[in-house]
Each structure stands twice: as structure tokens, then as C-alpha cells.
Design a protein around this ligand. Structure first.
Ligand SMILES: Nc1ncnc2c1ncn2[C@@H]1O[C@H](COP(=O)(O)OP(=O)(O)O)[C@@H](O)[C@H]1O
Ligand SMILES: [Mg+2]
Length: 261
């Protein structure tokens, strides 16, 4: 069962003043699909995500949502940010509950929803902790829990793991994969990390340098649950080569990552 909406971006272009940032983007993210957006720093990834989320109005083009908003969904389009954006004086529970406060829910309903999402994200034992008492990985879990508690139909993630060290990122990525397989909301995941894109995404959209245009769309046909298996490694390596080839021409790079500032 899919819990997401279909998201279509058509003929989308955007400028900030004289700076052309996005140019002629057409993309449909299907119900329950996870699309990764990769591209060099400054090519307009965050801008595109803001436009998808309705935070920013595009200069030209449109964003359309298709399908029925799932039952219990309080906020169809929801973000997970790179920098966690937690309130330092609120506990984990308090930070997650925050986004429910302006919804008409009883105290008990709210409590049940928060407890449920804390359980799903492995945070129940940390419910009364303050953000400063948590590691970066746990803090980002709170960011994810806060996004999930409103039962989104489309989850927009802007480099959610990039503020974390490599090992924490690895662990949280595995949790994100299993969470994803269970929740199946529609997702757009911005990253400059090829390994993340290849681990998570159903399709990878490669953007060009600014102004961002779609250079290529690369499907990853291996089910996420099988991508860590030895048999999958050949195909993943080939995809990695292909993506690397597309990206290499677009940016100054170190290792297998596009440098983001
Ligand atoms: N609010 C803004 N006003 C003016 N320029 C902006 C604004 N936001 C982003 N930019 C510029 O637009 C370009 C694309 O930014 P962004 O969408 O953040 O790219 P990315 O997320 O791919 O790094 C960058 O050159 C950035 O400096
Ligand atoms: Mg960005």
C-alpha cells in the first residue's frame, strides 16, 4: 500500500534576481517512490525542493500533487533539514510534539502519536532528553521523527545526513532504508553523496551545473533491501560509474562526492 501522493513538476524555471538557478525542470515522482536529486553545489537543489514544498513560488512552471491525501495525514508536504533545527530547550518529546500543537488533537491523541513515532524511529528511550544530550545521529532522528509524526504524503529531505560523521551517517542511512520500506511515502532526497543516492533511491535525478537542468534520470532497479548483498555489488558499481561520469564533468570534486558548501 502506498501512503504517498504523486508529485509533478512541469516546465519549472526559477531565478533570484538576475541569477538563473533552475531551467526547464520536468519531473514526476510517483506515489511511494523515492527520488534522489544529485548535482553540484549551487545548482539549485534546495531551491527545487523549496518550490516542491510550496515554500517558494517558481518564476515559471507548476507543481502538482496527484492522488488522494492518505487518511490521518496532517501535513502533506513535510521537510527534513540538514541542520536538524531543534529547539534546544525542549526535550525530544517536546520537539516532536511541537509540530502537532496547532492541530486540533486531544492531549491523548497527541501523546499517542508522539509515542508511536518515537518508537518507530528508535527514540522512545530518549524521549525526555534534551538535544544537547544527544549525538548528531540521534538529533537527526528527532528531525526525522518530527517530519513523520504529521504522517506526510511527500517527504522532502535536504541533505539530511550531511552534517553527520561517516559512521553515524552509515548507521542512520540503514535505519532510513528500513523506515522507508515500512512507510512508503513519496520522497525527494537531496544529496551530494552518490553512495547515499544508490542506497536509498528508486531513481536518481542528476542535475547540471547552475542553472540546474535535468541531465539524466538513472533508475536503480535493485530493491533497497537487497542492495547490501554481494550479488548486487556489480550492478551498483556500474551505476556508480555512470553517475560519476555524469557528475565529474559538472563539478570540481574530491573523492566520489560533489563538494557542497
Ligand atoms: N534566497 C536567495 N537569494 C538569492 N540567491 C539565492 C537564494 N537562495 C539561493 N541562492 C543562490 O541560488 C543558487 C542555488 O542555490 P541552492 O538552491 O541552495 O543550490 P544547492 O542546494 O544545489 O546548493 C546558489 O548560487 C545560491 O547562492
Ligand atoms: Mg542545498
Amino acid at each position: 500500500m502506498n501512503r504517498g501522493l504523486e508529485l509533478t513538476v512541469a516546465g519549472l524555471s526559477h531565478s533570484y534576481g538576475d541569477l538563473r538557478v533552475l531551467d526547464g525542470i520536468d519531473l514526476t515522482v510517483r506515489e511511494g517512490e523515492l527520488v534522489a536529486l544529485i548535482g553540484p553545489s549551487g545548482c539549485g537543489k534546495s531551491t527545487l525542493l523549496s518550490i516542491m514544498g510550496g515554500i517558494l513560488r517558481p518564476e515559471t512552471g507548476s507543481v502538482l500533487l496527484g492522488g488522494r491525501v492518505p487518511e490521518g495525514c496532517l501535513n502533506p508536504l513535510t521537510y527534513v533539514f540538514q541542520d536538524f533545527a531543534l529547539l534546544p530547550w525542549r526535550t525530544v518529546r517536546g520537539n516532536v510534539a511541537l509540530v502537532l500543537e496547532h492541530h486540533a488533537l486531544s492531549r491523548d491523541e497527541r501523546r499517542a502519536m508522539v509515542d508511536d513515532v518515537l518508537r518507530r524511529t528508535g527514540l522512545l528511550d530518549f524521549a525526555e532528553a534534551l538535544p544537547r544530550q544527544l549525538s548528531g545521529g540521534m538529533r537527526q532522528r528527532v528531525g526525522i521523527a518530527r517530519a513523520l509524526v504529521v504522517r506526510p504524503a511527500v517527504l522532502l529531505m535536504d541533505e539530511p545526513l550531511s552534517a553527520l560523521d561517516a559512521q553515524t551517517r552509515e548507521l542512520l542511512m540503514e535505519d532510513l532504508v528500513s523506515l522507508w520500506l515500512r512507510e512508503r511515502v513519496t520522497g525527494v532526497y537531496v544529496t551530494h553523496n552518490l553512495a547515499e543516492a544508490l542506497r536509498l533511491a528508486d531513481r536518481i535525478v542528476v542535475l547540471s551545473r547552475r542553472p540546474g537542468r535535468i541531465r539524466d534520470v538513472v533508475p536503480v532497479a535493485i530493491p533497497q533491501a537487497e542492495r547490501t548483498r554481494p550479488v548486487a555489488q556489480g550492478e551498483l558499481a556500474a551505476l556508480n560509474e555512470r553517475l560519476w561520469h555524469l557528475i565529474k564533468a559538472e563539478a570540481q570534486v574530491a573523492e566520489r562526492e560533489v563538494i557542497d558548501d
